[in-house]
Structure formats: structure tokens, C-alpha cells
Design a protein around this ligand. Structure first.
Ligand SMILES: *Cc1c(COP(=O)(O)O)cnc(C)c1O
Length: 373
């Protein structure tokens, strides 16, 4: 006999950690859409200042952080919910909104956590394919909405394709949805988009009582090691998430660091500009090699490998010290998702890719197996 688990778990894939963790080699880590920039001094000081208080639980209301986010966004702090990473808010939203008989609608390929939301709650999921440019097909999403729909997820810019839609398209979708449906716009990468200013989306939550914007300190703010994300939406959404979360979520250091980081908008702008330069460089170089790359508005891109096996190419790259994500694990076999790093890291990726392609990587099925999938 072994422990008997909830049958819903069978629908949830288990991904072992990528090889890179705990590896002493000089690796180029381009698999998780992290930023290559270390936390600025003011953020590190805020963390250091709180170390001596760690014998106390964190503020359960996250009041200072919520106040600063609210001030930055120009909304009341009742509309801000903070989570242990924005993924905690996604999982909380699923617990709060979904149940057997309910439906959740999202595009595919999109963020790898979305399929878990239905699997965990016993709700029905409807996946809507991206269009031929790897963008969300919002009309097709809207057509899947029924009386049973509780949650529609739109990832803008989309992970893993990097593609984005203009805000007026999202606004049209919001206007068309019945008000009982929560439209959650996952804006983990919104700062990187040239199609809009992040502040412009706030108009959506002012206009529609059923829209929630999901944001994170993990990407452009570069604090994924601390785990902190937030959502802006109706107070009822915040209260629902607070009901289902664990006690004292979001640790003291994360709250303190994020409260400082949210006001460092000049630093955000610098990072966005540097990332845009690298985006142009990497995408240009990949296209010059004849590879199809989706139009990226994020800090990563989605590369089609021309019929080659993405896992084999990933293994070839890993052997050369470059860690990227195989599309097979993300709903897009035959693709790679590659984060933009520093110029030196990006050029190491491009050189390793040339070597992997020249080695015939991806043409054979008998490659040794790495776990970065
Ligand atoms: C990285 C990412 C997040 C952020 O997750 P955290 O839990 O805040 O680290 C959310 N949504 C998408 C689409 C992402 O790619």
C-alpha cells in the first residue's frame, strides 16, 4: 500500500526542476524569463533593514506594500491584492471561482499554470488555439463563453509566444463578456510591451467591475527569488483571494523589497530599454538564420525550429552551457522559448544555436536526455 492521493492530481503534470539549479558550471540561464539585472541598492537595503525583524510574522494585510502599489496605480488600496508570486493569486482565483460544473477559458499555448487551475478544482477547461501569428484569438475566446463560464484568462503579452494585443482589443472583449465572468488579464510582461503604457490598462478595471489585472515583481522588477505579485481588481476579488490563501503569505523581505521597487520606475524604464535593444538583436539574428520568430513584446521570444526536434536542440544547447525552454513542455513542439539576457549571454546562445544546428541537433531521435523540459 502507498498513500492514496486526490484523483484530480492525475491530470497535473509534474516537472522536475531544470538541471541548472545547483549546477556549479558557468551557465547561461535563458529558460525562465528572469531579468539579468541584480536588485538595485535601494531594494537590497530595504531587505537588509528587515532582517532583524524576522522573528515576527509578516504583515498579513501587506498594508504598506498595497498602499504604495495603489498610489502608483491611482486606485484605492482595497483594489490591490498581493500574493506570494502572482501564481498564488492565480491559484487563489481558481479556488475562489472554479468548481465542478464551472468553466475556465484560455488560449493555448499560453502560461503553463493555466491548465492546473481546472485540474485542481474539477472545473472544465476550454483551450482556444492562438491565431496564425501566435496571438490570442479574442473572438474565438468570446465564442466559448457560456452561462457556466466563471473565468477567462488573457495573457498579454502572451507567455510563451511573446505576442501582444493592443488594449482596445482587450477592452472590446471585456465589453462583450457577461458581468458574472471574471476576465483576468495576466500582465506579467506588460512593462516590456511597446503597444501600450502599463498605466493604460488600469482604465479597464475602472470601467469594468469584472476585470482583474495580474502583475508581478518577478519579471522586469527582477525579484522572482523573493516571490511577490499583485492584482488590481474589484474588492470582492481581493477578499475572495484573502479567504483561500494560507496565513501570513508574502514574507517580510518580499513585502519590504517590493514596496521600494514599485517606486523605482526610472530603473524599470532603463531595463525595458535595454531589453528592447537585446530583443531587436536576438530576433534579428534568428530571422537572419531563416528561423521564424513570433513578434515579441516581452523579454523572451518564441522560435520555430523548421521541423527540428526542440528537445534535441535544447539538449545540444545545454551541453554548451546554454539553458532555454523546449516548446514541447509549453504546448508548442518544434519551438524554443528563449529569454533575452545580457548581450554576452545572448551571443553565447546564438553561437551555441549555430553549433547545435550544424551538429544536426534535432534531426535525430537518439539524443541523450536532459531534464530541461
Ligand atoms: C512569470 C509569469 C508570472 C509570474 O509568476 P510569479 O508567481 O509572480 O513569479 C505570471 N504569469 C505569467 C504569464 C508569467 O510568465
Amino acid at each position: 500500500m502507498t498513500i492514496e492521493f486526490n484523483r484530480r492530481l492525475e491530470a497535473i503534470p509534474y516537472y522536475p526542476a531544470a538541471d541548472a539549479y545547483g549546477d556549479g558550471r558557468d551557465l547561461v540561464l535563458l529558460a525562465s524569463n528572469e531579468t539579468p539585472f541584480a536588485p538595485p541598492p535601494a531594494v537590497r537595503e530595504a531587505i537588509a533593514d528587515r532582517l532583524a525583524t524576522l522573528n515576527r510574522y509578516p504583515d498579513p494585510d501587506k498594508s504598506e506594500l498595497r498602499r504604495r502599489i495603489a498610489a502608483r496605480c491611482g486606485v484605492p488600496s482595497e483594489m490591490i491584492v498581493v500574493g506570494n508570486g502572482s501564481c498564488e493569486i492565480l491559484l487563489g482565483a481558481a479556488q475562489a471561482l472554479l468548481e465542478p460544473g464551472a468553466e475556465v477559458v484560455f488560449a493555448w499555448p499560453s502560461f503553463s499554470v493555466y491548465p492546473q487551475l481546472a485540474a485542481l478544482t474539477g472545473a472544465r477547461e476550454i483551450r482556444v488555439p492562438l491565431d496564425s501569428d501566435d496571438r490570442h484569438d479574442l473572438d474565438a475566446l468570446a465564442r466559448e463563453v457560456t452561462a457556466a463560464t466563471r473565468l477567462v484568462l488573457v495573457c498579454n503579452p502572451n507567455n510563451p509566444t511573446g505576442t501582444a494585443l493592443p488594449l482596445d482589443a482587450i477592452d472590446e472583449l471585456a465589453a462583450a463578456l457577461p458581468r458574472h465572468v471574471c476576465l483576468l488579464v495576466d500582465e506579467a510582461y506588460v512593462e516590456f510591451s511597446t503597444l501600450q503604457d502599463p498605466d493604460e490598462s488600469l482604465e479597464l478595471v475602472r470601467r469594468y467591475p469584472n476585470v482583474v489585472l495580474l502583475r508581478t515583481f518577478s519579471k522586469v522588477y527582477g525579484l522572482c527569488g523573493l516571490r511577490c505579485g499583485y492584482a488590481i481588481g474589484p474588492e470582492s476579488f481581493r477578499i475572495a483571494c484573502e479567504k483561500v490563501r494560507q496565513p501570513f503569505t508574502v514574507n517580510t523581505l518580499a513585502q519590504a523589497a517590493a514596496a521600494v521597487a514599485i517606486d523605482l520606475q526610472d530603473e524599470v524604464e532603463r531595463r525595458v530599454e535595454r531589453t528592447a535593444v537585446e530583443r531587436e538583436h536576438v530576433v534579428g539574428e534568428l530571422r537572419a538564420r531563416g528561423l521564424r520568430v513570433a513578434d515579441s513584446q516581452a523579454n523572451f521570444c518564441w522560435v520555430e525550429l523548421g521541423g527540428r526536434d526542440d528537445r534535441a536542440i535544447c539538449d545540444e544547447l545545454a551541453r554548451r552551457g546554454v539553458i532555454v525552454r523546449a516548446g514541447s513542455a509549453l504546448g508548442g513542439p518544434g519551438h524554443l522559448r528563449v529569454t533575452f539576457g545580457t548581450r554576452a549571454e545572448n551571443d553565447r546562445f546564438l553561437a551555441a544555436l549555430d553549433a547545435a544546428l550544424a551538429a544536426g541537433g534535432g534531426d535525430r531521435a537518439d539524443r541523450p536526455v536532459s531534464r530541461n523540459r
